[in-house]
Structures are given as C-alpha cells and as structure tokens.
Ligand binder design. Structure first.
Ligand SMILES: [Fe+2]
Length: 392
C-alpha cells in the first residue's frame, strides 16, 4: 500500500552557493582556488598546535604563498567556542586588513571563521548574533577546511557559539555565512584521535537522523540523510579499529558532508536542542553530549516516527514485519552502534548530577525553543526533565 501522505516530501525550494572540492590532498589546492578572494587571509584554527604538528598548517601556508596570498594565523579556538573568541578573531581580520577568512580544523574553528568573517564587516558583536538580537547581513568570503568528519558546517549556513554571560549555546543562521569554498580532504582526518573520531561521527549521525524524522523533511534532505546514515552504520565501527584506513575516512567525511547538507535544508530538532545546554554548561564535547541523549530522545519521539525509522531499518538491511517492529529494531541497532564505538555515555560520566538537571531544562527552554518545538512530538518541561533523567 502506498502512503500518499508522504507526497509532501517532494515539495522543496533549495539552493546553496558553496563550491565543494572533495578529494585526497585537495588541501594543496586552497591557494589556487581562493586567490580570487583577495591578497590576505586570516587562518582561524585550533588551539594546541595539532594543525601545525600534523603538517596541515604548513601545507596550507605553502599553498597560499605559492599563489601570493599573505596570511595571519589565529590559533586560539577550542571546543565550544565563545562569542569572545569570535570577537577576537573578528578584530584581527580588521587590524590585519584580511580579505577573506579560512577555517582549518573541527567545527569550532570553522564556526569562529564564519562569524569573524561576518562581524569584521558588519561591526556587530558576535554576541548579538548568538542571542538573535541581530541578523547577519554581510560577510567576507569564507573557506572551510574540516579536519573532522562530523560537523557539516563546511557545507551549511550555521555557526554555533556559546555566550559566556548567559550560557546560551545557539546556532547562528545566515545564508551570508555559507562557505564560498569547502575543501574536503580526507587525508586531514587520518590524525583524528579515536575519541574524537567516535564523537564527531555521532554528531553527523544525529544530524542525519534528526533531520530525517522531522515533519519538514523533504525528499532532498532525506536523500542526504539516508546516504549519511547508511555510510555511518557501515563504516563507523570499522574506523575505530582501523583509524589509518583512508577509504573508511573518505566515506565518513562524505557521510558527514551529506548530514551537513540535510540539516542545511531542514535543521536539527530536540536531540540537538537538549544537547546544547550540556556542552554550554559543562563543556562536554558536543558529540559525546549527543551520545547520552540519542536513545532517550528517539524513544520519546518513537510513536510519531515509526514509519521513517522503519524505512531507515529497511535501508540498513534490517528485517521486520511492520513499522512497529522495524522501528524498534532500528533503535536497538543504534544502541549497538553506540556500544561498538565506546559511546554508551551517561550524563554522570561528565560529572553531571541530578541536582543539575533543572539547570539544563531551564537553559534548553530559554535558548533552544525552536529545536524543542520542531520535534515530531513536542516536549513539555516535565517531558524534557524526564529525558535528561533517562540520560543521567
Ligand atoms: Fe551537531
């Protein structure tokens, strides 16, 4: 029997301007493809020197120099970047008279690059964007070079910052911060430590599943999600044992890009909405925070998404007699994946105790309203608390 109610997924209107250069050693092309943006770049990258240690920064610099592009390096970005760091980067763009901004690293470095590119021309503090007081109406060209396979920011219009004054960790949304060029070089993900490998994969998986089950999913977003989910289930556990396997890394970078596209089209939902307070208040890695919530969130939402999860189960080769059986089997498959990737975390593993739950609930309600309301089953304050308690 064909379900005609799913016809609405064929309605969409979507375009995006990012040139994607995907391939091994594509980092070396950066200078050649971005010289049209100007004579000087700000390179925004990760704190701690890993990009230099692995040789990525040197390769990038050589590529810029070969194309007569000068640069300034801002290497102060750590996980859960703040509006203060983004402001600092933005001030350097102005002081150094940079023409464009390159983000090299994980999602944090790229997101700071995006907001520095905007704030430096609009002269608006990143805090105002994060709190939704102002919208971005201009930005310098952005070049994104991810070294993880999770965030998807390299192909979408989001940047996530935390405002330390309010503890709001929110996504800033603007078409002006689409990267003009995204260099997806799987060689750069070979050095990702096991823990980060797992955490970033789960971020991508969560993007793909959340986008897939939302009411506003379209056939286009679902196509990206399906591709990401199939690849992550297939290759995610293997990369834990074979971190040096470039074929696995390539597939996971592709999967993460696909998941980044799916949320560009229709966004994340409550799982991300409940995670942001965890990483904002307790500085937990975003992917590990999501790992604590994925199962409690999906079980809460299950009554409304059996058909979509059933469809995913079939794509993964799981058998079952109806959507009820298939959707439960999918949840079990997901639980097994988390275990196989050493991601069966609980909130207590990060020092979060029952006394902190109300703080998380308040933060989610104050700052993540859109995500909460867009869940296929919206959650009340009591429901949210129950989900956090299940994740505890
Ligand atoms: Fe995410």
């Amino acid at each position: 029997m064909i379900n005609m109610s799913e016809n609405k997924i064929f309605t969409f209107d979507y375009s995006f301007p990012t040139r994607i250069i995907f391939g091994r050693n594509s980092l070396e092309k950066t200078g050649e493809v971005s010289h049209e943006f100007g004579k000087k770049a700000l390179i925004v990258t990760t704190k701690g020197g890993s990009m230099r240690r692995y040789g990525y920064l040197d390769k990038l610099i050589r590529s810029l120099e070969k194309n007569n592009i000068r640069y300034f390096i801002f290497d102060k970005v750590s996980t859960n970047p703040t509006t203060i760091i983004a402001k600092e980067a933005s001030d350097i763009v102005v002081k150094e008279e940079c023409d464009f901004v390159i983000g090299l690293g994980g999602g944090s470095a790229i997101d700071v690059a995006k907001i520095a590119a905007a704030s430096s021309v609009t002269n608006i503090h990143p805090r105002e964007y994060t709190l939704g007081i102002r919208e971005i109406d201009d930005a310098l060209p952005i070049v994104a070079i991810p070294t993880t396979h999770g965030t998807g920011t390299e192909v979408n219009r989001y940047a996530v910052l935390t405002d330390p004054e309010t503890n709001a960790k929110r996504g800033i949304v603007s078409k002006k911060i689409y990267p003009r060029i995204s260099i997806l070089d799987p060689m750069l993900t070979l050095t990702l430590p096991t823990k980060l490998t797992a955490a970033t994969i789960i971020d991508a998986l969560s993007h793909a599943i959340e986008s897939y089950v939302k009411n506003n999913a379209t056939r286009l977003s679902m196509l990206y999600s399906e591709e990401a989910i199939i690849k992550i289930f297939r290759f995610g556990p293997h990369v834990m044992q074979n971190p040096d396997n470039i074929n696995l890394r390539e597939n996971l970078l592709w999967a993460s890009m696909c998941a980044g596209k799916s949320i560009d089209i229709n966004g994340t939902t409550m799982c991300h909405g409940l995670e942001h307070p965890i990483s904002a208040l307790f500085n937990v890695h975003h992917g590990e925070g999501l790992a604590t919530l994925l199962l409690p969130w999906i079980k809460y939402t299950l009554p409304a998404i059996k058909e979509r999860l059933g469809r995913l189960a079939l794509l993964l080769g799981i058998s079952g007699s109806d959507n009820q059986e298939l959707s439960y089997a999918f949840v079990k498959y997901l639980a097994d994946l988390l275990i196989s990737m050493n991601l069966n975390f609980k909130l207590r593993d990060f020092g979060i105790k029952e006394k902190h739950i109300d703080l998380l609930v308040e933060n989610a309600i104050s700052f993540m309203r859109y995500n909460l309301d867009s869940n296929p089953i919206p959650a009340s304050r009591i429901d949210i608390k129950k989900i956090y308690l299940k994740a505890l």
